[in-house]
Design a protein around this ligand. Structure first.
Ligand SMILES: [Zn+2]
Length: 67
């Protein structure tokens, strides 16, 4: 699953069944905190118009090596 903030700078990867993004942000915190336009949206689709969060990208590469 993917999380993107409405102001749209980056998106994050959320591993299946996890409560945290790959880079360690708590999902409930993404939803609840922040001004309205900064709240996150979630979905199964990778946002095509946003870059992946740098920290998530690094973690994703690391995980990929283990497969
Ligand atoms: Zn991230």
């Amino acid at each position: 699953m993917y999380a993107r903030s409405e102001n749209g700078r980056v998106y994050h990867i959320i591993p299946r069944g996890q409560q945290f993004t790959l880079c360690g942000l708590r999902i409930s915190r993404l939803v609840v905190t922040g001004r309205k336009h900064e709240r996150a949206h979630f979905g199964p689709e990778k946002p095509a118009d946003q870059p992946l969060c740098k920290h998530c990208e690094r973690m994703d590469r690391k995980e990929g090596k283990n497969e």
